[in-house]
Design a protein around this ligand. Structure first.
Ligand SMILES: [Zn+2]
Length: 283
């Protein structure tokens, strides 16, 4: 079984010209046109992902001036009625009057995790203004993922994406589940790995890293197989099925591959653990 922990369906009316340019460079025009058509609805998106070997997908909200606007309500609407689509919201710490209040409300509406974008919204993720939010997320058992490392979008400020900034948060909220998206690429792989090794509840999602280079970039991957989580970053990357296949053939034990593709994410999302990963399908 496969969980794709990092999917960014565009909300076409509100994506930025830079985002469209980025997608047009990644896709050929026909593919791009059919992608837009096919994935407009939740049912279409679910079927598209299923055909590429994905059993569950985390659908991410994103609201900023650099990439565009896919807000929490649009994500909830898209995921409604599709069990395989798991809605994650986003909160801009400077726009909310009460971060814990906003989080509680989103969770009541069905949001199952939060992604923060420090490099696009320009805040330090260890800023004390976020502490009430982290406390509430810890209390509610809501995983928090954060963009770390570089970005292809002009205007991003990389300094806010240093994985080590989460050291404060991991120490002060030891039960909070923290996911470092993109492993601090390409500057801070060592920091992201160290954070995941050192802190019990810090994970890494490998979205946006070419899976064939995973063991080269993450030199301690073999020791971190309980902490690494597969994500495609689709539609930024258009080859979900190939990426899954490359991960299945990495020189790691089958149970480790099962954890990267499914088990670790299942734990965070409270999905059933996969039965018998060692003898399971495809490993
Ligand atoms: Zn992302």
């Amino acid at each position: 079984m496969v969980i794709d922990f990092h999917v960014h369906p565009p909300y076409w009316p509100e994506v930025t010209p830079n985002f469209v340019k980025f997608l047009e460079a990644a896709w050929d025009p026909d593919e791009f046109a059919s992608l837009r058509e096919e994935c407009r609805t939740g049912a279409g998106l679910a079927s598209y992902l299923r055909q590429r070997g994905v059993d569950y997908a985390v659908i991410l909200a994103e609201v900023n001036a650099l990439t565009g606007r896919m807000d929490n309500q649009t994500v909830l609407e898209l995921c409604r009625g599709e069990r395989m689509l798991i809605p994650f919201g986003t909160l801009d710490p400077r726009r909310e009057t009460s971060l814990p209040g906003a989080l509680t409300e989103l969770v009541a509406q069905g949001i199952r995790g939060i992604k923060l974008y420090p490099t696009y919204e320009f805040f330090y993720p260890n800023d004390r203004m976020l502490y009430p939010f982290y406390a509430k997320a810890e209390e509610l058992g809501v995983p928090v993922m954060l963009h770390t490392g570089s970005s292809v979008f002009p205007g991003a400020k990389i300094k806010y994406g240093d994985p080590l900034l989460l050291d404060d948060v991991a120490v002060d909220f030891p039960r909070l589940q923290i996911v470092l998206s993109h492993a601090g690429r390409p500057i801070w792989y060592d920091r992201a790995e160290y954070m995941a090794r050192y802190h019990e509840n810090v994970y890494i999602d490998v979205a946006g890293l070419p899976p064939q280079n995973l063991l080269k970039y993450l030199k301690n991957a073999h020791r971190l197989t309980s902490k690494l989580i597969f994500g495609s970053d689709w539609p930024g990357d258009r080859t979900i099925e190939k990426n899954i296949d490359v991960i299945r053939h990495l020189p790691l034990p089958p149970d480790a591959i099962g954890r990267i593709l499914y088990g670790n994410a299942a734990k965070l999302l409270r999905l059933p653990p996969e039965a018998a990963p060692a003898g399971g399908s495809g490993a």
